[in-house]
Design a protein around this ligand. Structure first.
Ligand SMILES: [Zn+2]
Length: 416
């Protein structure tokens, strides 16, 4: 069968069969300035020229600008309204419980990776944290079903051929499993990606890092540049192995402090409790996950479930008047504007400004683990991300608004 005949349509978009291996890297929390500053400092000798000869664009990530919604958008080529993953948590009003969305049963769309795996392509996925691994691996032909590989750095010591497509990934790579709070967790992803390219040569390889470094270190700082220098060396090796290297991010990252470095937090649950009575409204922060040490579960996006009969417009007006708030929308408008699933959002969506975050109650956020001024994401202010492909895409319209989830379209359909 010819390559064009093997083009696949996934979630309404058609993708050409890869002519050579394609590596898509989702660099967690990669504000575009990280790359600009690292290249300017001479820390990315591969990326600088690769950007110049390839495709170098900016794109918008999906809102909320959080990790899981964006990783799932990138691999499905679609917004959360289609794939269903709009955060780490949603509030199931019927059951009266907060539901964690790490389980693939909450995923409503097939990924591009799964569709190609099903069609016989060799597919590899390596993530830093295990929370993404099952969502990204859903539908891959793993173990007895096929040749796909999907594992996380975090659990690389425990992988099996049946579940992950590779026995003992840490021993196979010859590296110890790093701490979940470290730059090395991401380096492990890149090292594993290079070894997979050397040994199995997947048609599609998806690498997803963690934003531990970006939460602590601003663009251009010594530690940030060291991280990007590490990454650059692995990207150069993937390129030298003949792969197309494509890079984007799940979201940007900004300082969320005042001039003195103190966190600027809107404790929205406390305010609502004062306005309409204790615990009558429920504030959901979709950033909340089991790994909160580096951001205290504080981001720039919240959704609020109001009690039946509440004055939604009145509450929205009061929330919008809070210092540090950027946008307050009702459910319908938020889901239309941000392409979110209505059944997983509250009555109100609130987005804070660039240097502010939203919390629930002050007593529920432990900021004692923050050993650097708070940096976080979630808002519209973290929407701009890089979209870079190591090959040129001359037919791609120069003025087209790109989304980070266009990267498979750009790399497979447009890049030479
Ligand atoms: Zn992230």
């Amino acid at each position: 069968m010819s390559e064009s005949a093997r083009a696949l349509t996934v979630n309404g978009r058609t993708y050409a069969w890869p002519r050579r291996p394609l590596v898509v890297v989702c660099v967690d929390g990669c504000e575009p300035d990280y790359l600009t500053r690292a290249v300017a400092a001479g820390a990315m000798p591969w990326l600088g020229p690769a950007r110049a000869r390839g495709t170098d664009r900016l794109a918008d990530c999906v809102i909320p600008s959080f990790t899981n919604p964006n990783n799932l958008s990138i691999v499905t080529g679609a917004p959360p309204a289609v794939h269903g993953i709009c955060g780490n948590y949603f509030w199931d009003a019927d059951a009266g419980v907060e539901v964690m969305m790490n389980d693939p049963k909450y995923l409503r769309a097939e990924s591009i990776l799964a569709a190609f795996s099903r069609a016989g392509a060799a597919v590899g996925v390596v993530t830093a944290k295990d929370k993404l691994r099952r969502l990204l691996g859903e539908g891959l032909r793993l173990g007895a079903e096929g040749s796909a590989v999907c594992f996380s750095s975090e659990r690389a010591a425990e992988t099996t051929g049946a579940e992950h497509g590779l026995d003992g990934a840490a021993a196979w790579l010859g590296r110890p499993v790093p701490s979940v709070y470290s730059a090395e967790l991401s380096e492990f992803v890149f090292a594993a990606g290079v070894k997979l390219m050397e040994t199995r040569r997947p048609d599609l390889l998806y690498l997803s890092t963690t934003d531990y470094v970006q939460h602590k270190h601003a663009p251009g700082t010594r530690d940030a540049n060291a991280f990007y220098q590490m990454m650059d060396g692995y990207l150069a090796r993937l390129d030298a192995l003949g792969a197309t290297v494509a890079l984007t991010a799940d979201h940007g990252m900004n300082g969320k402090t005042d001039a003195a470095g103190r966190p600027q937090v809107i404790y929205l649950q406390d305010l609502l409790d004062g306005w309409i009575g204790a615990a009558r409204a429920r504030v959901i922060l979709p950033i909340t996950d089991p790994y909160v040490v580096h951001h205290g579960a504080l981001g720039s996006f919240a959704t609020v479930h109001l009690p039946g009969g509440a004055d939604v417009a009145g509450c929205m007006g009061r929330i919008a008047a809070i210092a540090g708030m950027e946008v307050v929308l009702d459910r319908d408008e938020a889901c239309r504007r941000f392409e979110l699933p209505k059944d997983r959002m509250g009555d109100v969506v609130a987005v804070s400004r660039r240097d502010w975050v939203i919390g629930t109650s002050e007593a529920r956020h432990d900021l004692s683990g923050l050993d650097a001024p708070l940096r976080s994401h979630g808002g519209i202010s973290e929407q701009r991300v890089p979209l870079i492909v190591s090959r040129p895409a001359p037919a791609l319209p120069a003025d087209a608004r790109l989304r980070n989830f266009d990267i498979y379209d750009v790399a497979l359909n447009h890049a030479a």
